[in-house]
Design a protein around this ligand. Structure first.
Ligand code: TPP
Ligand code: SF4
Length: 292
């Protein structure tokens, strides 16, 4: 028998590999979510986090599948629920890096109240939204961010104007607001690193084209409309963040990068007492005996 200690898999290898073989990934070829997957892997590798230090929480949707393909501990929540679970987990265990990975329908339609209250409560959670403007999994119904960039003199009940998640996040009190694009996963990874390191609620809206159901907001369309946040933008200035959004909107452009970041004003988070006493002091033997 070898006396050599078992070699530990280096962190870079842990995250590099998919948790399932490639043929079991269910996304359509070309879906933007592949680039989000790669960018998340790059970010976690760069942060040198081990899988047990991270909890990945997915919602229901094509986007929610992402947590099945990553090697970390994961929880598959309900549609609209990833942030609710994420807030609960971080209250119970503030040591964990909690990352919610959600769809735009998930976050800005059914889950919008969770989004607004996460912005104002500032939990230590990073949220990455895979924004494709449609409900991909249920075959392409229009989501709140649907219609982005389409001229609309008038609108109907079914097709109201596109919702702007960055403005809502800023108005609701989020302490980190950023945007990225699946066509540039290296830039996305840079943004995710900052989001995951942010001590508070960090929201990243990642444009992740649905190649099957959104034939307007394609990769080419995004390439023509995205533009990096200028280097002289001061992300610590809330009014400057709103001005930046006004300026980009007036020019028909979509900003990529960190739009707003401010230190949290919140008192250090306390671990919620889940039991009257610590489990370490409880004799579990009598209970376990009943199962033997
Ligand atoms: C409570 C509830 N309502 C509706 C559904 C049906 N449903 C499943 S996924 C989905 C929308 C998915 O769209 P989105 O969140 O944008 O994610 P995508 O599939 O585009 O990544 C809906 C409406 C559900 N599973 N649960
Ligand atoms: S339906 Fe759209 S969002 Fe879903 S996997 Fe296919 S391309 Fe991606």
């Amino acid at each position: 028998m070898s006396t050599k200690p078992a070699a530990r898999t280096p962190i870079s290898k842990v995250w590099e590999e998919n948790a399932v073989p490639r043929h079991r990934i269910q996304w359509c070829p070309g879906c933007g979510d592949y680039a989000v997957l790669n960018a998340v892997k790059m970010a976690l590798t760069r942060l040198e986090l081990m899988p047990h230090e991270v909890l990945l929480i997915g919602g229901i949707g094509c986007s929610g599948q992402i947590r099945n393909y990553l090697n970390g501990n994961a929880l598959h929540g309900t549609h609209g629920g990833p942030l609710a679970y994420a807030v609960g987990v971080t209250m119970a265990n503030p040591e964990l890096r909690v990352i919610a990975l959600a769809g735009d329908g998930d976050t800005f339609a059914i889950g919008v109240e969770n989004f607004v209250h996460a912005c104002r409560r500032d939990p230590n959670v990073a949220l990455i939204v895979m924004d494709n403007g449609v409900y991909g999994l249920t075959t392409g119904q229009r989501s709140p961010t649907g219609g982005l960039g389409q001229p609309q003199e008038e609108f109907s009940e079914e097709s109201p104007p596109a919702f702007n998640p960055l403005r809502l996040a800023l108005a609701a009190g989020a302490t980190f607001v950023a945007q990225s694009f699946s066509g540039d996963p290296r830039h996305s990874a840079d943004v995710y690193v900052e989001a995951i390191e942010h001590p508070g609620f960090a929201f990243v809206n990642d444009f992740s084209p649905c190649v099957t159901y959104n034939k307007f907001n394609t990769y080419d369309w995004f390439k023509q409309h995205v533009e990096l946040v200028p280097p002289d933008h001061d992300p610590a200035d809330l009014q400057a963040a709103f001005r930046l959004l006004d300026d980009f909107e007036a020019r028909g452009r979509l900003p990529l990068g960190v739009i707003y970041r401010r230190p949290r004003r919140k008192k250090p988070q306390q671990r919620l007492p889940m039991w009257d006493h610590e489990l370490a002091d409880v004799d579990l033997e009598p209970m376990l005996r009943t199962f033997r």
